[in-house]
Ligand binder design. Structure first.
Ligand code: HEC
Length: 173
């Protein structure tokens, strides 16, 4: 075998190793990030989740009307699935939270929810998705449009929850 041939073989196999190594690196980079996309069955039976808080009466953080916080008879029950806590100040992807606001006469009966969706869904809002849901847990609709999104209510949910101490959540640390 000529020297140049041998050199060519050595170089080619070296390139193959490099290609293989970089391929491995690309693989780990392109592994899809974790994402939790809620559907109509996600919030089913939320009343069996951990009731982490029952709030009543006005809360300055509610700015008056949000979650009917201006009505002193309204109670606000907050349920967190599996009592999930923040890990180093951040909730894991798939964290599920439902809040039920109601009063004795049932003139107020609202269900809102938050889901840690992840995967760069909305980085400026901590990748949370906001929802209005129904009593049976299904996602509510308005004129055929699902009431869900990072900017639900023209960004009001997200804007106000940005003021919470732990990763956009007020009632759980
Ligand atoms: C003006 C501020 C404000 C707006 C707007 C607002 N929230 Fe909240 N939200 C709060 C506060 C404060 C709490 C906790 C205190 C309470 O409810 O008593 C809360 C609690 C919650 C909880 C229970 C988890 C937690 O953070 O304690 C959910 C779920 C929730 N809100 C969803 C929503 C959704 C969905 C929207 C929009 C449709 C929304 N919120 C709009 C202030 C706001």
């Amino acid at each position: 075998m000529k020297k140049t041939q041998l050199l060519a073989i050595v170089i080619t196999s070296a390139m193959a190793v490099v290609a293989f190594e970089s391929c491995k690196k690309t693989d780990s980079k392109t592994t899809p990030a974790e994402e939790f996309v809620a559907n109509d069955s996600t919030f089913k039976d939320f009343m069996t989740w951990t009731l982490v808080k029952t709030n009543q009466g006005p809360d300055p953080a509610l700015g008056g009307v949000a979650h009917s916080g201006n009505d002193s008879t309204v109670k606000r029950d907050v349920y967190v699935k599996n009592n999930q806590k923040a890990i180093n100040g951040v909730y894991p992807v798939g964290t599920l939270v439902v809040k039920h606001s109601y009063n004795p006469g049932a003139t107020v009966n609202e269900y809102t929810a938050m889901v840690k969706r992840g995967n760069g869904f909305n980085p400026s809002g901590g990748d949370w998705e906001y929802f209005v849901i129904m009593m049976d847990g299904k996602i509510a609709t308005d004129n055929g449009m699902k009431l869900r999104g990072a900017d639900l209510m023209s960004g009001m949910c997200k804007g106000c929850h940005a003021g919470a101490t732990t990763d956009h959540l007020y009632s759980q640390k």
